[in-house]
Design a protein around this ligand. Sequence first.
Ligand code: PLP
Length: 398
Amino acid sequence: MAFSLFSKNKSAILARCRDDYATKMRHKYAPYYHAMEAQQGTRVRLDGRDMIMLSSNDYLGLSFHPKVIEAGRAALVKWGTSTTGARISNGSRSFHLELEEKLAAFLGREACHVHAAGYLSCMSSVAAFAQKGDVILADKNLHSCLWDGIRLSHATVERFSHNSPEDLRSIAVTVHGPAPKLLVLEGVYSMEGHICRLPEITEIGESLGCFTVLDDAHGFGVLGRQGRGTVDHFGLNEKVDVICGSLSKSLASTGGFVAASSDVIEYLRSHSKQTVFSAALSPCQAAVALASLEIMQTEPEHLERLWSNTRKYRALLTSLGLDTWESETPAVPIVLGSRERVYRFWQALLDQGIFTVISIAPAVPPGKDLIRTAISASHTDEQLEKIAAAMAYALKNL
Ligand SMILES: Cc1ncc(COP(=O)(O)O)c(C=O)c1O
């Protein structure tokens, strides 16, 4: 009897997977999970055709930098492919400590901890510190890794309108009281390309005694001196307690980091399940991130080129009358407002050899269905010209 009950439950889950509407639509229109056959910087090959990659987070274009590739190769030879264990047990190596020390120093923090994914770093930056009874003030447009951390914490959540100090202020008057409070933000919002209004928002957070966590996955390498990120861009190092982020964007690796005071990082190492029970960052990925960090500090031309490309690209989109959601950074959405328009625009760009990514509700607010594009320092002038022609074509065919 018990056995047949279990098997019915199992088939219900199997039917859920088989009949899932979102999966069927994904297969029908095939906008996601495209596997490139080859890549060389911003040039990729898809279905036998050469294309320009216009949606990668390789902002500084370091993923094919000779020094970065050589660092990865040397680490593989010296340390093997994996540490095959968690940092707390058998997985810690001297290269982790070196990367953590250098990241901490770069960000003006006492300490840092690196994980095998940015998702783990950012999720644990909330889940490790907040607990039931605490109050979390969260921007409505946070990345899903932060929402997962918020959910895991069991704290009470108060959402404020995206990047709105005004709304945060109106919520602040309702949350005065002794409960510990966290303020959770992104430095650069990755879908919108907006820079956090950090001065006004942290001022309100400070008045409530908030512990402030900032995910700078898209600000690191892009804003601030040598790419130190959003906090440095505003000169507000004292106002943010935890900076977390990803190694998979400007640092051209995979993995993530959490940087804070020594007490905070040691607490994370004791209490974060994502930190304690997950295998350490691999030797190759750590070496690649370390080499990219070094290049950020010694070769300023990549950051300069990123911004000159971004300015040219934004001017192009504006001249075509496209809505870029007032993006201020190299992450530039093209808002088209409906999934049909987004799909047609995306397909036209693809036909013209430009690879972009669709983002539709509920991943974005209703009416904000968009194409996500991102500029890299390694886009050439010739590629920018091809992108301009393709955008004009896609607009004409909308
Ligand atoms: C804002 C933000 N935080 C965290 C992450 C997770 O980083 P990773 O992809 O390195 O796991 C991402 C990745 O897209 C992101 O955009």
